[in-house]
Design a binder for this molecule. Structure first.
Ligand code: UDX
Length: 430
């Protein structure tokens, strides 16, 4: 099948490369020439395990990129994978995807034959049918559900394992309202369904839009709940990890996403929960539980600072922050819990020295004024306290490195450092 994908960001590039690997003929459309050139040269424009190989294999061959929207006319289906960033009030900003839909519609005006447009970006219920479809119809002059069909296919890829997640998904969600759209989606994913154990969910467009938000809201709230339980555990001297391990044996709960600590970050959970809260309020519904999930998440970095202060006054003190990425295995610092931790330390007048194996340069853009160390050992050397924010494996192996601290107070936000003699160890929820 001939597939075009508008947007070569994180999702668009990964999905394009994986579709090409399934045997499809794929064209990525992006306004950024450097990204387009990279893909055509067989080089991955983003860092994701396994992606380099896929783009090296197919780039310039079954996988091509262009800045010309006209390329979509020669394809059977177009996926819209453009960003839907958050506005200050948490609601999603549709500006970029609306512009993409207009350009796509203009290009499709000159296409003969049917076409399917699939929204892959995360959008609140109603967006595909009420906004995107309307823009496509106006710009193309075609009738929706006649020559031009729309569908919604949310993405559940995790950063750091996106290629593996694509190849072995728990579920595929096809939101459609015409048989044509459903059939074409089935045809696109047929090779994947044949070789994986993915469940296929065929549903309406609004349901598909909501499934993505519900999925992320559920997982984020699960972590906030385990964090809240963990905070209570800590007050009673109970080990939250032992509790979670037992609770997770109940298969109605499952053992995954039960790691309590400094909370959730990244490009999806914070943005999607905020957008769902804003959408609910927009519909005059107050989403109390989701608001509480955000509140607990905001509280965890503050609790780390409070625990530190029980042992050291951070004012004028050299304090090490270990881990800046929002989770291990990525250099992404978007909404990383390290951001409120560093901000809190700065407010207390601490002299912050930060270390991360890969995310330093990204965090430097956010905090140009703090010191960045080249190793955990260098960050800890002479420090009066350390806050562990990301569960990088190398922090589990530090051991004697803590001896170089002036005062060995370690507040662990991720249960990654071993308790040992010679350090004053505080687990966030244990
Ligand atoms: C998430 C969803 O998992 C994915 O399906 C969606 O498409 C995009 O958002 P991602 O942001 O890559 O993926 O990271 P994920 O591994 O889900 O972790 C999210 C955050 O939750 C991280 O900050 C992580 O540290 C935190 N987390 C996760 C916990 O604090 N405890 C846990 O038990 C699990």
């Amino acid at each position: 099948m001939k597939i075009s994908i508008v947007g070569s960001g994180y999702v668009g590039t990964t999905v394009a490369a994986c579709f090409a690997d399934l045997g499809h003929d794929v064209t990525n459309v992006d306004i950024d020439e450097t990204v387009v050139d990279a893909i055509n040269d067989g080089a991955a424009p983003i860092h994701e395990p396994g992606l380099d190989e896929l783009i090296a294999d197919h780039g310039g061959d079954r996988l091509r990129a262009t800045t010309d929207y006209g390329a979509v006319r020669d394809t059977d289906v177009t996926f819209l994978a453009l960003p839907t960033p958050a506005r200050d009030d948490g609601s999603i900003d549709l500006g970029i995807i609306e512009q993409g839909a207009r350009s796509l519609g203009e290009a499709l005006a000159e296409k003969n034959g049917d076409h399917l447009v699939v929204v892959k970006s995360t959008v609140v219920p109603g967006t595909t049918e009420d906004q995107i479809a309307q823009l496509l119809a106006e710009a193309s002059g075609k009738d929706i559900d006649e020559q031009l069909h729309v569908a919604m296919n949310p993405e559940f890829l995790r950063e750091g394992s996106a290629v593996a997640d694509f190849r072995d998904p728990d579920k595929l969600v096809f939101g459609a309202r015409t048989e044509f759209a459903r059939d074409r989606l089935r045809a696109v994913f047929e090779p994947l369904v044949a070789e994986s154990s993915a469940a296929t969910v065929e549903t309406g467009i609004r349901e598909a839009e909501m499934i993505k938000y519900a999925n992320n809201a559920f997982l984020a709230t699960k972590v906030s709940l385990v964090n809240e339980l963990g905070n209570v555990c800590k007050e009673y001297g109970v080990d939250a990890y032992e509790v979670a391990e037992a609770v997770g044996l109940d298969d109605r709960i499952s053992e995954r996403f039960l790691r309590s600590g400094v909370g959730w970050g990244g490009s999806c959970f914070p943005k999607d929960v905020a957008a769902l809260v804003a959408a609910a309020r927009d519909a005059d519904y107050e989403p109390t539980l989701l608001e509480a999930a955000v509140e607990v998440n905001d509280k965890q970095p503050e609790r780390m600072l409070e625990l530190l202060e029980e042992h050291v006054d951070p004012a004028g003190e050299r304090i090490a922050v270990l881990g800046l990425a929002f989770k291990p295995g990525t250099d992404d610092v978007r909404n990383s819990r390290a951001i409120p931790v560093v901000e809190g330390l700065q407010e207390h007048g601490a002299d912050v020295v930060a270390y991360d194996p890969v995310a330093t340069e990204n965090m430097r853009e956010r905090f140009p004024g703090i010191e960045y160390a080249d190793s955990a050992g260098e960050a800890l050397d002479g420090a009066g306290g350390a806050l562990v924010v990301t569960d990088w494996d190398e922090f589990a192996a530090l051991d004697g490195t803590f001896d170089a601290m002036a005062d060995s107070v370690v507040v662990d936000g991720r249960r990654i450092v071993e308790r040992r003699d010679g350090i004053t160890y505080e687990g966030l929820t244990w």
